[in-house]
Design a protein. Structure first.
Length: 124
């Protein structure tokens, strides 16, 4: 019983984390040229992404929640939409899928920049 309740709570938490970063507009450019989501959280790119495809799935996507497309959001100019392995739609800027970092605590944090030398702040 306890395991079932814990599993349900974990599933709800994971679903909430993906929903929290989903938005209909791609992003906002901050004064320093970095991109942020609607909540002001810094967006990142992943060096291992290639060919307009995300290489960050499963546990990676828990730590680096993808910037998901909701509603009727669609490609325009440098903004494209990629399809993730799970079928979800994710925003990409200049072909690079965008993510937030689970350890950024507040808008303006950039603690994910340089993680494992493969994560970088998304900039124009």
């Amino acid at each position: 019983m306890v395991r079932t309740v814990l599993a349900m709570l974990m599933a709800m938490l994971l679903a909430t984390s993906f929903t929290a970063v989903a938005q209909s507009a791609p992003a906002t450019k901050a004064a320093d040229g970095t991109w942020t989501n609607a909540a002001g959280m810094t967006l990142y790119v992943f060096d291992r992404d290639a060919g307009g495809k995300s290489a960050c799935n499963g546990p990676c996507a828990t730590n680096w929640p993808p910037l998901m497309v909701t509603g009727s959001g669609g490609a325009s100019g440098d903004w494209t939409v990629i399809v993730r392995d799970d079928g979800g739609k994710q925003w990409a800027y200049k072909g690079k899928p965008l993510y937030t970092w689970s350890k950024d605590a507040k808008p303006g944090d950039k603690t994910g920049d340089g993680v494992n030398s493969v994560w970088h702040v998304a900039k124009d």
